[in-house]
Every structure is written in C-alpha cells, then in structure tokens.
Design a protein around this ligand. Structure first.
Ligand code: ZN
Ligand code: ZN
Length: 361
C-alpha cells in the first residue's frame, strides 16, 4: 500500500485550483498520511504538508507517518494551538480549499475570522474521495482479507440458525467470529432480519426468534487495517414457507448475477443499476426494489463510486463496488444478495466468495 504517493497524486490532480487544501475529514487524513487518530487536520500546501493533532497522538502520529513513508511537519497541541499553526500555514496564501462535506459551520466561521480577509475560503467536495476510488494492490488485499473473514464468520454461524436463535444472537455471533478471525471490528452495525423484518432493508436485529421457512437477510462486513468489506446473503432454514418467497430469491439472484456481469471498466453506475433493475422489473417487482444497487467500499463502508439510477460515475480498473439488489414486500418478507467486487480489465472478480445457496438443511 503506497500511502507515500498519495499527497503527490493529490497535488498533481487538483492543487492547481487552490494554494492549499485543509483536510478535516479524518478518513481522508488517514488516506493521505496513515495517521489514524480521532482528531486532527492536515494542511496540504504546494510544497509541503502540516499535520496538527493533540497530545494524545504525539507519539502515534510520528510513528504512523514514518511507517507510511509520508513527509509532513507534525505539530502537537490543543485546538487553539492547532488553529494557530494552520493560520500561520495559510498566511500569505490566496485561495484555501475546505472540505465542505466535513467541516462544521462553526469551524468555517472561525477560520474565516482568524485567517483574515486576504485568504479566500473555497468550498470543495469529493477531492480526496476522488483519489480514493481507485484502490492499489495493498488496499485490495486488505478489503479481500476483510471479505474472507466475513465469509468464514458466516460459514461458522450459519449452522446455528437451525436452533432458532434470535436475530440479535446471530448478529452478535457474526461480530464475535469476525473479531476472533482478526477483524478490528464490524464495518457497520450487522443486519440480521427475518420474516417480516426482512422487508425493511436496514432493520436492526431484534430479539425475535428466526423460524424455519422464513427468509433471513444477513448484511454485514469486517474491517481489516481500516478497510471494510460488505456482503449480504439471504438464507432459509428448510424450504421457504411459500412459493412466492422462493421466487423472490430466484429473481434477486438473477438480478444480482446480471449486475455483476455488467460490471466492467467504462460501465456507468446507471448501466449496472439498470441491469439489476430490469430483471426485478420484468418479474413485476420494480417498486419493491427500494434502494440503489451498490456503492464503493474502502476506508468507508459507503464511498464513491455509486451504482444507482442517479449515479454520475463510470467504473474503472481498481474500483471496488458492491452489487446488492433486493426485493422487499412489506409485512411479508425481503431478499437481498450482495457481493463486493473489484473492477478489472476483464470485467470484475468477487471478493465475496460465500455460496449463494438459500436453504440451510
Ligand atoms: Zn451490505
Ligand atoms: Zn452495501
């Protein structure tokens, strides 16, 4: 993973537009420097960079930048001291970019007051996120490791479904197995939703017991070295209770396969979405597919590029995206199937490798 090249790529891509960019999104700070602290800012100037953070991270910040091979001045102090350092860093500059999506109204006003009228504050959006779309080999291997942990956790927990555990029991067991297998945590709150709860795409796991013949939607992921994975499987202990539930699964499986087949460099997010949506629409459930088809995955669980009806993105080699169509019938049941895939010159290959068999015997 070549963290050391990223500041150079940022400058080459966009820094012509400003004299400096103040990075306040901590995921972006991590991406550019390797620093994982919970507070800090990175001022990227044309020729150098300054990381400011507080005393909790004095040792850690120096170690992490050195490990990543990143050259930046590190200044440690309380927030007021950090702002003084940034103020000195922007003195005499004309245009300074701020990350509009992460900075608060209050912080923007404070900077405007402290920097004075000679510095123009320029709102920016998605600048570092743009660089983050294309993953290098080191990033892909981390996402792949996270996906493998999730696969293995599901394989271990799946047999317990026969004993009618609660949704919350299953979620806890998955989280526990992922940690035991080496994940630093879950990439988001694990979703286990059975029967009518499965009709709510982002239901919270409840104390409700999972009955045989119900569809169970399990959507979860692991984090490895900051990188997330994301997968969904729909399972059923024994045969589904009704033929319609079974048909929902068949349609979503076909939709998901069509979406994966549509992923290749140059495909747009809209095209991949349409490949999924057409299959579900042909089955008469167009209105039951309640969300976008997919999203990028990396340091954030949801990041660019986006796969959906309103996406403006085009896929490229090295993008990592999910394909996750679903059908949800209120008060009745739901199905979602999701793989995380890497875009390659040939099309894509899945990082999620769990079988898609519905029925647990
Ligand atoms: Zn998911
Ligand atoms: Zn997802």
């Amino acid at each position: 993973m070549r963290v050391d090249l990223r500041l150079g790529r940022l400058r080459a891509a966009r820094l012509e537009e400003w004299d400096a960019l103040l990075v306040t999104n901590l995921v972006n700070v991590r991406y550019l420097t390797g620093f994982t602290g919970s507070a800090g800012m990175l001022l990227v100037r044309r020729d150098d960079a300054i990381l400011v953070t507080d005393g909790r991270y004095a040792t850690q910040s120096a170690e992490q930048l050195a490990l990543a091979g990143v050259t930046a001045d590190v200044e440690i102090g309380p927030p007021a001291r950090q702002r003084d350092v940034v103020k000195a860093g922007v003195a005499g500059l004309g245009r300074v970019g701020l990350e509009a999506g992460s900075i608060t109204w209050a912080a923007q006003r404070t900077f405007a007051e402290e920097w004075g009228s000679s510095v123009e504050l320029v709102p920016t959006s998605g600048v570092v996120e743009e660089l983050r779309r294309v993953k290098d080999q080191g990033e892909i291997s981390r996402i792949s490791a996270a996906a493998a942990i999730a696969d293995e956790a599901l394989a271990r927990v799946k047999p317990t479904l026969a004993g009618k555990p609660s949704e919350a029991d299953v979620a806890l067991a998955l989280d526990h197995e992922m940690r035991r297998l080496g994940a630093s945590g879950s990439s988001f709150e694990t979703i286990v939703a059975a029967g009518p709860n499965a009709a709510k795409p982002h239901a919270r796991p409840s104390s409700r017991r999972i009955e045989h013949g119900e569809l169970v939607v399990i959507d979860f992921g692991a984090v490895v070295d900051g990188y997330c994975s994301d997968m969904t499987r729909t399972l059923c202990v024994g045969e589904p209770a009704t033929p319609e539930l079974e048909r929902m699964v068949e349609v979503v499986a076909a939709s998901q396969a069509a979406g994966v087949a549509a992923v290749h460099p140059g495909a747009t997010g809209v095209e991949v979405d349409r490949a999924c949506r057409d299959v579900i629409g042909d089955a008469g459930w167009a209105d039951a597919f309640l969300h976008g088809t997919g999203h990028g995955v990396g340091l954030d669980i949801h990041e660019a590029p986006w796969v959906g009806t309103t996406s403006t993105d085009t896929l490229a080699i090295g993008h990592v995206v999910t394909v996750e169509p679903g059908v949800y019938l209120p008060q009745y049941g739901g199905v979602r199937i999701e793989d995380t895939v890497v875009v390659t010159d040939m099309g894509c290959y899945p990082l999620t490798k769990s079988p898609k068999d519905l029925v647990i015997a």
